[in-house]
Design a protein around this ligand. Structure first.
Ligand SMILES: [Zn+2]
Length: 631
């Protein structure tokens, strides 16, 4: 099935007085749907008033658009299945509101639209009312949309819309229709488990032998990678590992130079007594950025630490597969070039990756000198899987009504992986771009952690901003990148990791508080809601604030930049009452070395808000469960 789903439009009346059908088709295709002519092949069929009987494929959904007057055979059959009757049109146009607080958010991105209603609905089980005309308190208005959720895999979801989509020139009517259509679209089947993606490789005796030899060798290595345990045994293991690499090498002809160099580095390490390893030669021979092809596989092995994973430099081996979808290749070849970026997924790995590490970076490898790095690889499958797991739990905990396309993103690993690849592509290149007051690669420098928070957030908000522009240009994943940045930052980053200089956590806290203070997100009646139409502008405003800080700071001394950055963050996120920084320059060692300024920052300078503290408590187990997760 198509990633966003395929749709068949059946029996939609066309004509100059009915602008809606063509506009609906355009609305769907710019958001990723593929239009198909065969209803049986569609993931969802839109059934108009003129449609005859429609045969749906197994699991395919249906959306009935009523126009009040005639109900064709196709619509009539679905109405009977759903338990919905049509009571005819309601004069005038009306504010449309949710019928209840449970269920999908069919009004997402539409606000409270004023729409005309061609058919008020008479709803009985299995259907449930989803939208109504706003009524007076205690007197709910007529039902304008109903949904049928079916648990049987063979039977798809049904949505029935009484709001006018076809005759209306109101764009929000089509936003509501698209929400209903996305909701009803057949769910994607779960992707094959990682281990079953490449069975011939993952179950190859040479790989299994390599993995177990590496696991045993790790036990004999010290934290700098030198062997500290039984040297005879370690020598034997390194010999075995080299033999396994050689026998796996024919499976990776595109990497023969690297795998040959790897064999030599292993041999030299063994011959020189297994001291601190040096895999410089094989590292410079590994060039995954030169062949970014979807599905291309690599065997990668180095003595290395893993970022956010294992701090010791041990030999680690991973089997990976490149993720390089067509639309990302097009973006990269166009306005978003990033020659170093290699998105990958796990096929199998050793212990250093059975952690929270989601990157494979050359700077983590043990080597005698530092070359110019030509690539950086990010495990989009792990990012997508933990995003889906944690955000689903968080959304349920705070009872957030999910827009149907966000629900789909959370349900579909494949869709989420591609979304993260697009996010990472833009995020990653942004570190090197813009009006930068200092070297954005701050890894080795020591500065207050809130500066790292702002830099990472700047890159994410740039990805968000570009995605708003790309959505308008019809890039279907662009809306999903906006969800991913928002949900991952606000729900997952903020409550992940220890409260010690947690810069990504602080970025999430800042984004949430910024949006809450602008009343774009609401925590009311123990329920989180989002004013989606206002979200992009508010997010972009925070991005602009950070960019203004950077630009101004080109002309500032570093210490003044740090103080201005603190002011930006603390203007929105409340610092700890014991903070010296919060008391301003007079309370700080501004005349001493900068290190003293950094040391004056509290480990948890910006403690979690009550909202995030409660959320963290409720989903801590889910967050912890994502260590080592793959697609
Ligand atoms: Zn970054």
């Amino acid at each position: 099935m198509a990633l966003f789903g395929s749709v068949h439009l059946a029996g939609l009346p066309q004509g100059p007085a009915l602008p809606g059908a063509a506009a609906l088709a355009a609305e769907l295709t710019t958001h990723g749907f593929e239009l198909v002519t065969d209803p049986a092949a569609a993931d969802v069929v839109v059934v108009g008033p003129e449609a005859g009987p429609v045969a749906l494929g197994a699991g395919a959904g249906a959306v009935v658009l009523l126009d009040g007057a005639d109900v064709g055979d196709g619509a009539a059959a679905l109405l009977a299945t759903a338990g919905v009757g049509s009571d005819g049109p309601v004069a005038g146009s009306h504010a449309i509101v949710p019928a209840g607080i449970e269920g999908p958010d069919l009004l997402a991105w539409a606000g409270t639209p004023q729409l005309s209603v061609r058919a008020a609905l008479d709803v009985a089980p299995p259907a449930a009312a989803a939208l109504r005309i706003a009524g007076s308190p205690g007197a709910p208005g007529p039902v304008a949309a109903a949904l049928v959720e079916r648990t049987d895999d063979a039977a798809g979801r049904i949505a029935i819309l009484g709001v006018d989509v076809l005759a209306s020139s109101e764009p929000l009517a089509r936003v509501v229709a698209r929400n209903a259509i996305v909701w009803a679209t057949r769910r994607a089947p779960a992707p094959a488990e990682t281990a079953r993606r490449a069975p011939e490789l993952v179950a190859d005796p040479a790989w299994l032998g390599l993995k177990s030899a590496v696991a045993e060798l790790q036990e004999l290595q010290g934290s700098d990678g030198a062997v500290t345990g039984d040297h005879d045994r370690a020598r034997a293991l390194v010999t075995q590992i080299a033999a396994h690499v050689a026998s796996l090498a024919p499976r990776f002809p595109h990497d023969d130079e690297y795998l040959l160099a790897l064999g030599k580095d292993l041999q030299r390490w063994r011959e020189q007594g297994l001291g601190v390893p040096d895999f410089y030669d094989s590292l410079v021979a590994f060039r995954p950025e030169l062949a970014r092809e979807d599905g291309l596989r690599h065997l990668v092995m180095f003595p290395m630490y893993t970022q956010n994973g294992r701090t010791d430099r041990k030999v680690e081996a991973v089997l990976v597969e490149v993720i390089w979808p067509r639309f990302v290749a097009d973006l990269e070849a166009g306005a978003y070039s990033n020659k170093l970026f290699v998105p990958i997924r796990f096929l199998d790995f050793t212990a250093g990756y059975d952690t929270n590490s989601a990157v494979l970076f050359p700077e983590t490898v043990a080597m005698r000198q530092v070359p110019t790095f030509t690539w950086g690889a990010i495990f989009a499958d792990r990012e997508a899987a933990r995003f889906r797991t944690v955000v689903s739990a968080a959304a349920a905990t705070v009872r957030l009504p999910l827009p149907p396309d966000a629900e789909r993103l959370l349900a579909d690993q494949h869709l989420a992986e591609h979304t993260f690849v697009m996010w990472d592509l833009i995020h990653d290149r942004t570190h090197m771009r813009g009006d930068l007051p200092f070297d954005p690669f701050m890894i080795k420098q020591r500065m207050p952690f809130f500066l790292y928070a702002l830099e990472e957030l700047r890159c994410d908000l740039t990805a968000f901003r570009e995605s708003v522009a790309l959505e308008a240009q019809g890039v279907a994943h662009a809306r999903l990148v906006q969800y991913a940045v928002f949900f991952d930052r606000v729900f997952r980053f903020a409550v992940t990791g220890p409260r010690v200089r947690n810069y990504d956590g602080l970025g999430g806290q800042l984004l949430f508080a910024w949006l809450h203070q602008r009343r774009v997100v609401h925590w009311t009646d123990n329920r989180l809601t989002v004013d989606w139409p206002r979200l992009p502008e508010a997010v972009l405003a925070l991005g602009a604030e950070i960019e203004e800080l950077y630009w101004r700071s080109i002309d500032r001394p570093k210490i003044a930049h740090w103080l201005a950055a603190y002011e930006l963050v603390s203007g929105t996120v409340t610092p700890h009452p014991a903070s010296r920084w919060a008391k301003g320059p007079d309370a700080l060692p501004v005349s001493g070395p900068l290190k003293e300024m950094t040391d004056a920052v509290l480990a948890d300078e910006f403690p979690l808000s009550m909202f995030h503290e409660a959320l963290a408590r409720k989903i801590a187990d889910v967050v912890a469960s994502t260590s080592g997760i793959t697609g």
